[in-house]
Design a protein around this ligand. Structure first.
Ligand SMILES: *Cc1c(COP(=O)(O)O)cnc(C)c1O
Length: 424
């Protein structure tokens, strides 16, 4: 295929995720990434304004993490995690336990966000099954997103892509996210759902619904819902795949709650974008429900690459950075720069809502519905030609920059958004 560039060669054999290939533009060929930047094959650079789907928080090609991975690769590349264990997994479990909500006691490894949620749901279902408690329904928020495997897809309320599969999904009762204004209504809905004693688990993204367009909800409200669920024997599953590892200001969004989830899912920033890995952590009580003389009461769920040593090594190196003085300074700088930016643009005639929490910034645009059609693509291209990668969702523009982004690079993101607002 001499003479053709990546974008052209790509078209022959590749099928991309989340893509309608009949109408989609050809993908951009990327040849290099470093820090908060990557470069396409024509030599253009882009600021990674969403840290490559919220993963590469310490920057692309981070030296400490790359070194940890290389060293691990030479020492022990891979071994099955069934019947065997290894230092990176043991050490990671020890270090995560020091950081996770205090009620968490056990860590189960998977290899991506969807399978972390899938394992959490299966854990919850079997937890009740093992205790001869027949519960077959999940509770989940409207507009939530939990991944693309069947259990995770069932819990997801964003159903635009779920149409072909709806007849095959798990039973789910859906409630709106709690806000100050609707709290009583949400609680009464939950109470009537709980009265059937059918619910096994409540699955939620704590505080921020990422794929819904970085929608925020009330921590106090969520706290009440968790409390009610736990009083009724419903296991609470916090999907922190997006919010985990400092995005909302705290290490985990659940730290904003008094009532801690029974099960917690983490992935995305876990390995800083260097390796696919995820964990499903749970309380001792959940774990204990699987202990028995009967083999079949164990959790028979596994992926070949469970607890991959390379992923664990990357995660350990990432944890070293998360609360280091340099990264803490950056985390707080980005949070306050976002806050200042939000207060500056909140009254812009084209902004219907601007908000930020931690390093997450989101702006809902005021646009007439007839201009909605290709709005997302127009916004996306507007930023790309300015060397900024953002992935607007509907009429929401959001940024979630890597912690290591420089002040000037962050300013360029804010400037590009400003320029867009003035151009609408
Ligand atoms: C991305 C995401 C998932 C799915 O993770 P994958 O690694 O893409 O399977 C699940 N839950 C939330 C909240 C996410 O943001």
């Amino acid at each position: 295929m001499k003479g053709k560039n990546l974008s052209e060669r790509d078209q022959k054999h590749l099928w991309h995720p989340l893509t309608q290939h009949k109408t989609a533009a050809t993908p951009v060929g990327i040849v290099k990434a470093e820090g908060a930047l990557f470069w396409d094959e024509a030599g253009n650079s882009y600021i990674d304004g969403i840290a490559s789907w919220y993963t590469a928080m310490y920057g692309h090609g981070n030296e400490a993490i790359t070194r940890a991975l290389t060293e691990q690769m030479k020492q022990l590349d891979f071994v099955m995690f069934s019947g065997f264990t290894h230092e990176p997994a043991v050490k990671l479990s020890e270090e995560l336990m020091a950081l996770l909500p205090r009620n968490q006691a056990k860590i189960f490894f998977n290899d991506n966000g969807s399978t972390a949620v899938e394992a959490a749901i299966k854990m919850a279902l079997q937890y009740h099954y093992n205790q001869h408690d027949k519960r077959d329904t999940l509770i989940a928020f409207e507009d939530g997103f939990h991944g693309d495997t069947f259990g995770a897809m069932s819990a997801s309320g964003l159903s635009v892509y779920n149409g072909p599969f709806e007849d095959f999904l798990l039973k789910v009762e859906r409630i709106p996210v709690p806000q100050r204004e609707n709290m009583e209504e949400v609680l009464s809905q939950l109470n009537s759902i709980l009265s059937g004693n059918k619910c096994a688990a409540f699955v939620f993204e704590p505080l921020v619904q990422g794929a819904a367009g970085m929608k925020f909800h009330s921590a106090e409200g969520l706290d009440l819902l968790i409390q009610k669920c736990q009083e009724n024997g419903v296991l609470c599953i916090a999907d922190e795949v997006m919010t985990g590892f400092g995005k909302t200001g705290k290490n985990f969004a659940s730290e904003n709650l008094l009532h801690q989830p029974d099960i917690l899912c983490l992935s995305k920033a876990l390995t800083a974008g260097m390796f696919p890995l995820s964990i499903t952590s749970c309380t001792q009580e959940v774990f204990n429900a699987f202990l028995s003389e009967e083999v079949s009461k164990g959790f028979f769920h596994a992926h070949t690459y469970s607890a991959h040593p390379l992923g664990c090594a990357a995660a350990l190196a990432g944890l070293q950075l998360l609360n280091s003085p340099e990264i803490l300074e950056r985390r707080s700088y980005i949070a306050s720069a976002h806050k200042t930016f939000v207060s500056k643009i909140s009254n812009h005639p084209k902004v219907s809502n601007a908000r930020s929490i931690g390093v997450i910034l989101a702006i809902d645009l005021k646009v007439e519905t007839e201009r909605y059609g290709n709005l997302r693509d127009r916004l996306y291209n507007f930023f790309m030609v300015r060397g900024v990668l953002l992935r607007p969702l509907g009429n929401t523009i959001y940024a979630l920059p890597p912690y290591i982004i420089s002040n000037a690079q962050l300013q360029r993101i804010h400037d590009a958004i400003n320029e867009l607002l003035d151009s609408l």
